[in-house]
Design a protein around this ligand. Structure first.
Ligand code: G3P
Ligand code: MG
Length: 244
């Protein structure tokens, strides 16, 4: 069972900021996950929510502001005074942190609420420009975007995200097509996912922040967990003699 840093090292650093990514890049983990949205001037930025309200000192939707406008706010002080001045990062800035490392880079397209026309194409172009196409995994709850990413770049790993499982999920995965399934913690333990794993599906589970939950997943055959608690989970795997 491998570890992906969920929104960077988000237990100890403000989520989806450069300090959170730099901290994750220094740990012996499999990969990192982060979320992307499109600004008013078509820039790909890394932030979880559609709005900046929760994770900055500003108010408003990402889609209604230019990159320059978004950069005027502070994305660190909501978490701790220590991180005052953290800016919203662009996709290029975050990719640059992981370029040349062994970490897989999971870019989650947050186009499931607002339609971000052409987001997957822009993301693939940026990954290609930095020669990181082999390093990235494109995922989304927006399965149209997952299918379009497969069409645009069949060799780039893609994954379909699920809050709840569906019956015959492996057949659905093949139809999309998606190379992996990223499923929520409760659904990871259900029969359709167990069967998909038996049929060879690569399954990663979000978001696992408790040891008791990691213990439940340890021998299920899942590929990886997404977690905010990187050092805690690394210690858990070490105690259980899992090589990372
Ligand atoms: O990509 C896995 C996980 O991040 C999905 O949920 O809301 O944390 O983006 P969320
Ligand atoms: Mg995410």
């Amino acid at each position: 069972m491998k570890i992906y840093a969920h929104r960077g090292y988000s237990a100890k650093y403000p989520e989806n900021t450069l300090p959170a990514f730099e901290a994750a890049a220094n740990l012996p983990i499999e990969g990192v996950e982060f979320d992307v949205h499109l600004t008013k001037d078509q820039q790909v930025v890394v932030i979880h929510d559609e709005s900046i309200n929760r994770t900055s000192n500003g108010v408003g939707y990402v889609k209604d502001m230019t990159l320059q406008e978004l950069r005027e706010f502070d994305y660190g002080s909501w978490f701790s005074e220590e991180f005052v001045g953290a800016k919203i990062p662009t996709l290029e800035e975050v990719l640059s942190v992981f370029r040349g490392t062994n970490l897989r880079v999971n870019i989650e397209l947050k186009s499931d609420i607002f339609v971000y026309e052409g987001l997957e194409k822009l993301v693939l172009q940026k990954a290609a420009a930095l020669k990181m196409k082999d390093q990235v995994v494109i995922s989304s709850f927006d399965h149209e975007a997952v299918a379009r990413s497969a069409e645009l770049a069949p060799d780039v790993e893609n994954a379909a995200l699920f809050v709840n499982t569906i019956l015959d999920i492996a057949e659905y995965q093949e139809k999309l097509p998606a190379k992996a399934l990223h499923v929520s913690l409760p659904s990871a333990l259900r029969r359709p996912i167990r069967e998909a794993i038996e049929k060879g599906s690569v399954v990663r589970v979000w978001t696992v922040n408790k040891i008791e939950h990691a213990a439940l997943l340890l021998h299920t055959g899942i590929d990886a967990i997404f977690t905010d608690e990187l050092e805690m989970m690394l210690a858990f795997l070490k105690e259980n003699n899992v090589r990372v």
